[in-house]
Design a protein around this ligand. Structure first.
Ligand code: 26V
Length: 793
């Protein structure tokens, strides 16, 4: 099919005509996209089958359980990983079809919010690319993360619909359907060999698996991502049945349903149990069919729990081993503890999951019982270690104060607990999880995040990829640490010139896109200063936008003030119920309106908010960035992964010493990054002891005062929209230290602008140092560490 141009073109045309009963000349790009993708999928299938066969002999496999997988588009990436991209591109070109246009038809598989889900997707790519037996398990949400529409500068949410035209990359496996029980009660059966428990009178939900191929680079390994869909089989117009059908299908309807009320909480808990129950069942079935023994499950299988969402896999495995296969508690616990490993992705207390018992127990009665037993035994072992220390035991308990604490269950039931950047792991060990660390220090370890350079470099930035290939050879494609070879060219003017031309090309492409999407003409020679990520107060998009407003004020009121032209680019979705975050989006829009249209700043300061930020848009934005904004309040960002993507594409970071920025600094050296602001210990000391008064900064810094006043004096709006932001900074004492870090940030930005403008050659060297130091942030490195130190595969 893909062996030569002629047979490819013939097959492609014939299939197109047969599938759609139209002539090739009349076919649409969408039809061409589907036809090509189907051909690619078929091409993959033999390697997929072979990988499955091969892995049956494999000593040990990993399953990565995650409530999110943020895959983005697959056609282009699959072609790259199969080594077919350029070939197909030219064969299609020959019949007047631009491959990029077909790629642009594909909807993003957006089954995630941000970093956590994208990390899972990068990990899948690395596992397959390194030929490791590692598979994903998730939920096939009918609607991924909402589509963001901007209306008068306000975010509106529309249901996303990636499955609208059918999805070419999945295979429905109805024969592997399993049933997941909810509600009901627990029956106790006395037997000679002890007491046995059975979950009875449950309502069953069908979990139907859809498998997606995960094609590794080189095309030799094709792993599987299994996504579960909730279905009912009954057909009836009976009201009760219809309601049951609706309730059931709701389980895989939306990613993160609103959980501000009990009904929403029940639904989220249902999703979590649905995922783990179906996944554990299928993992065990496969293990048994390969001739595996349950008592040694942990020697053949490692299960990874991505944040606490899939943590019920721990009691679920206990349940299956004991209730279905009659293992004793001790045997089942031994297997379970050695099977699971857990990653923590945040220290923010509002994001730590706890379920009220009144919701948990009725929905999952047998699982609740098992957690009670785990808790009792866990507390006993704490008692042995800390006899009499009731307070500590209550703080560490899995069930306490009428709640089930998911992180505590995860730690108790796993043999490994890791953070996602060195600083983050230290904070877990020394603060957030300190008592657990004291109790079981050996469990704790760090695995600094990474990103797949196959998507974020090879796919997103073909121009840079070719330049790198001709300069340092192709080796970096499979071994990203070879990017360090680039350091040899840091003084090579010819190379620096080529590098800056590549950056300019990517800026031109983004410039065109911004014009198409936003109707704004930006200057591609201006500094592209980019902040793209979820909108959250701790990430401090507010610091960025206040700084822009301050620059505006300086231009207007300080005659001697000079700055190089800058284009500030934002992309961010705010969680639908997060009022404050949505108001910051509106603020970005209002500041854009002001500075983009004022004759004094027009062309000098441009602000662009790009709608509906997602993986495919990131692939356009990141390669075009000059400056990468990583400005979270120190200690709050667990790692960040966008920071790594920008670095690899030659953007220079303006950032705090937070998350993985600390390790990025080690790679670039202090001269090739702009670090500013409070350190994590300082933030944590203020959080603990107080001593920060944001009002002082308002009173003592005229620039801050003038800028903040504009939030409420009618400069930006006459409806008082930004009073909440003003209040959060002043009367609520600025929880995220925006004002405290303001001057340091302004001065770091000024330094960056100065070098960019006055010393372009130095800037280019900084770009080189960023790219050449980025290899360590390939997720291949991260996955190697997980594989050898945690999973032992
Ligand atoms: C979720 C929520 C939801 C409710 C509102 C507050 C809040 C705050 C944070 C979160 C994050 C949940 C977990 C998460 O996505 N963490 C991200 O994981 C990335 C991959 O490890 C990491 O790079 C990011 O720093 C981290 O925020």
């Amino acid at each position: 099919m893909f062996s030569d141009q002629k047979s490819f073109q013939e097959t492609f045309k014939k299939r197109l005509e047969q599938s759609y009963s139209i002539s090739f000349d009349d076919s649409t790009r969408a039809q061409q996209f589907v036809t090509l993708s189907q051909m690619v999928r078929e091409h993959i299938s033999s390697e997929w089958i072979e990988t499955n066969e091969r892995q049956r002999q494999e000593k040990k496999q990993t399953y990565y359980l995650s409530i999110e997988f943020l895959l983005g588009r697959l056609l282009g990436q699959n072609l790259i990983n199969l080594g077919l991209y350029e070939t197909i591109q030219s064969w299609l070109d020959d019949i007047d079809i631009p491959l990029e246009e077909l790629e642009d038809i594909e909807p993003d598989a957006g089954l995630g919010n941000g970093g956590l889900g994208r990390l899972a997707a990068c990990f899948l790519d690395s596992l397959a690319s390194m030929g490791l037996p590692g598979h994903g398990c998730g939920i096939r949400y009918k609607h991924g993360l909402f589509e963001q529409k901007m209306v008068n500068g306000f975010q509106m949410e529309l249901p996303e619909n990636w499955l609208r035209y059918g999805y070419v990359w999945e295979v429905r496996k109805s024969d592997l359907t399993v049933e997941v029980p909810f509600w009901g009660s627990v029956d106790v059966v006395e037997r000679e060999d002890g007491v046995k428990f059975r979950h009875v009178d449950a309502e069953y939900v069908k979990a139907v698996p859809y498998d997606m191929p995960v094609v590794g680079y080189g095309g030799k390994t094709v792993n599987t991502l299994r996504l579960w869909s909730a279905e009912t089989s009954s057909f009836s117009l009976n009201q009760d049945v219809l309601k049951y059908k609706k309730d059931t299908e709701a389980i895989s309807e939306f990613l993160y349903p609103d959980d501000s009320n009990d009904e929403g909480k029940i639904l989220r808990l249902k999703q979590q149990y649905f995922l783990v129950s179906a996944s554990i069942r299928s993992i065990i079935q496969r293990h048994l069919s390969n001739g595996g023994e349950l008592r040694s499950l942990h020697e053949r299988i490692a299960i990874h729990i991505n944040d606490t969402h899939p943590v019920l896999a721990i009691p679920e495995l206990m349940r299956v081993l004991m209730d279905d296969y009659q293992l004793s508690w001790d045997d089942a616990w031994h297997v379970t503890e050695n099977t699971f490993a857990y990653t923590n992705h945040t220290t923010l207390s509002e994001a730590l999951e706890r379920w009220p018992i009144r919701i948990f127990r009725p929905l999952l009665p047998r699982i609740y019982m098992i957690i009670q037993e785990i808790n009792e035994r866990f507390c006993k072992s704490l008692w042995d270690q800390y006899p009499g220390d009731w307070d500590r035991i209550e703080r560490m308990a899995i069930i306490a104060k009428d709640e089930v604490r998911m992180a505590h269950l995860a730690i108790a039931g796993s043999h490994s607990v890791n953070g996602v950047a060195r600083l983050h792991t230290e904070i877990l060990k020394n603060r957030e999880m300190n008592e657990f660390y004291q109790f079981q220090p050996a469990k704790f370890n760090n695995k600094t995040n990474g990103i797949t350079h196959r998507r974020w470099l090879l796919k997103a930035n073909p121009e840079l990829t070719s330049l790198l290939s001709e300069t340092i050879g192709e080796g970096f494609k499979t071994d990203a640490t070879e990017l360090s070879k680039l350091a040899l060219y840091v003084e090579d003017p010819a190379f620096l010139e080529k590098l800056s031309r590549v950056k300019r090309k990517r800026k031109d492409i983004l410039t065109k896109l911004i014009y198409e999407r936003n109707g704004i003409k930006v200057d591609p020679t201006s500094i592209f200063d980019v902040q793209v990520k979820r909108l959250h107060a701790y990430k401090r998009q507010l610091l960025n936008v206040l700084h822009i407003l301050a620059l505006y004020n300086k231009v207007k009121h300080e005659p001697s003030f000079h700055m190089p032209p800058r284009t500030f680019i934002f992309g961010a979705k705010a969680s639908p119920g997060y009022f404050y975050a949505k108001r910051i989006i509106k603020l970005i829009d209002s500041v854009a309106e002001l500075v983009n249209n004022d004759p004094e700043t027009k062309g000098l300061i441009t602000v662009v908010f790009m709608e509906n930020y997602r993986v495919s848009l990131a692939e356009y934005i990141i390669p075009a960035a000059d400056i990468s904004e990583q400005i979270s309040t120190a200690s709050k960002e667990a790692s960040g992964t966008g920071n790594m993507k920008f670095m690899m594409n030659g953007a220079v970071t303006v950032g705090t010493l937070d998350g993985a920025n600390v390790e990025i600094l080690e790679q670039t050296g202090p001269d090739n990054i702009f670090i500013f602001g409070l350190k994590a210990e300082e933030v944590m000391a203020f959080d603990r002891d107080g001593g920060y008064r944001s009002m002082d900064y308002y009173h003592h810094d005229p620039l801050i005062r003038r800028t903040l006043d504009q939030l409420v004096d009618g400069t930006l709006d006459d409806k008082g929209l930004f009073g909440v932001i003003y209040e959060s900074l002043l009367s609520e004492n600025d929880q995220y230290f925006v004002l405290k870090d303001f001057e340091a940030y302004r001065s770091a930005q000024e330094a960056a602008g100065r070098i960019y403008e006055k010393n372009p050659q130095q800037w280019r060297k900084m770009m080189v140092k960023n790219i050449s130091g980025s290899g360590i942030f390939s997720s291949d490195r991260t996955i190697k560490e997980y594989a050898s130190e945690i999973w032992k595969i």
